[in-house]
Design a protein around this ligand. Structure first.
Ligand SMILES: Nc1ncnc2c1ncn2[C@@H]1O[C@H](COP(=O)(O)OP(=O)(O)OP(=O)(O)O)[C@@H](O)[C@H]1O
Ligand SMILES: [Mg+2]
Length: 344
């Protein structure tokens, strides 16, 4: 392994997009060191939907956040392990996500690896319109595409390009703001804004949100739970990531909306050939969407296999318990469906 966390190790199979190897994440607490993730290993095959299931507090989200170096340290400690990831953008170079520098991980985060969170209400910024929140992804990771879409690639190298780039990155001081009023630059700026509008609308349309042009102008509190979750998905797929991590993306939603969001993730995964790590506590839900599944219990993986095999023939007593629990949830869900019809 090089100092910058890259390697071309042969043990990382060509079929994989990521491999978690003996990951250990601990937290300092009043009761001592909490072994939240305690030697977790599993692979994600390129193009598959891999499920990670387990009950509340077993370490699923901490595992997921480790991919993006989003574990808060302290109180967290990455006590060991690797998360190897094949970065398609950089010629399939294999990097250890845990040993990348802040700048290196920032380049991957949101662009090559994106995440959808459990509670879209918390993950979206209440003070920004949907347009502004999705536009951020394009501004940060697809600057050149935006310029091309606006047919402004010729200005990129010149002074106007510098001004417009600063505008896009929202690095505007008084001088830049004054320059933006200068008629030739103003007309370029208009084209740029139009191009961003178009990209944002396209991203929203992919999630089948009705009237994306109108939704784009709204604030998160003006949208239903299902719509907010679609906005999060639009944001996550805006850069066509290689790996999408969906951390209980439907838990806050009722059963019917939940089913629609699941279908949407599956459809997008097929269309873009994205690999997905799908996290849930509900094994029967995971069976519907995932090719394979790893079952997690108290910081460890207790069973891994094809979703159907695990569901039909669970080996670990904990997995059997999870299956029973998910049947109970779905029986309850049937009664709730009637309320959910208008919630998307
Ligand atoms: N920032 C933190 N500080 C202290 N402890 C933490 C922190 N984040 C997570 N933990 C602990 O790590 C353990 C695993 O948490 P994690 O969020 O991964 O669970 P989970 O499996 O995602 O649960 P859920 O299904 O409820 O989302 C928990 O015991 C939790 O209290
Ligand atoms: Mg969680």
């Amino acid at each position: 392994m090089d100092q910058d966390g890259t390697s071309n190790s042969n043990s990382f199979s060509n079929r994989l997009i990521a491999s978690v190897e003996d990951l250990k994440v601990y937290f300092h607490s009043k009761k001592g060191l909490l072994h939240s993730v305690d030697g977790v290993s599993f692979d994600i095959v390129d193009g598959e939907i891999m499920g990670l299931v387990g009950e509340t507090g077993c370490g699923k989200s901490v595992t997921a956040r480790s991919f993006m170096q989003l574990v808060q340290t302290p109180p967290g400690v990455i006590a060991g392990g690797k998360i190897r990831f094949k970065s398609k953008k950089t010629g399939n170079q294999i990097v250890d996500l845990l040993s990348l520098t802040e700048n290196q991980i920032r380049e991957l985060r949101g662009e090559r690896i994106a995440m959808i969170f459990q509670d879209p209400g918390k993950a979206l910024n209440p003070g920004l319109t949907i347009r502004a929140q999705i536009a951020e992804v394009f501004q940060e990771h697809r600057e050149n595409d935006v310029f091309e879409k606006a047919k402004l690639s010729h200005v990129l190298k010149g002074f106007i390009g510098v001004v417009l780039k600063k505008y896009m990155r929202q690095e505007t001081n008084l001088f830049i703001r004054l320059l933006l009023f200068f008629p030739p630059i103003r007309s370029y700026k208009k084209k740029l804004d139009k191009a961003i509008d178009k990209l944002v609308t396209e991203a929203l349309a992919e999630t089948q949100i009705p009237n994306p042009e109108k939704v784009m102008e709204r604030y998160p509190h003006e949208l239903s739970g299902g719509m907010k979750q679609r906005v999060m998905i639009a944001q996550a797929i805006a850069c066509n990531p290689d790996l999408l991590i969906a951390d209980e993306p439907t838990t806050a939603l009722d059963v019917i909306v939940q089913a629609r969001i699941l279908d949407l993730i599956k459809e997008l995964q097929k269309r873009h050939k994205t690999s997905v790590l799908y996290i849930s506590h509900d094994l029967s839900l995971v069976r519907k969407i995932c090719d394979r599944v790893a079952v997690m219990f108290a910081g460890k993986i207790v069973e891994t296999g094809n979703s159907d095999d695990i569901f039909k023939n669970p080996k670990h007593p904990y997995t059997k318990g999870l299956i029973r629990a998910s049947f109970m949830t779905h029986e309850r869900g049937k009664l709730e469906e009637i309320d959910g019809i208008n919630a998307t």
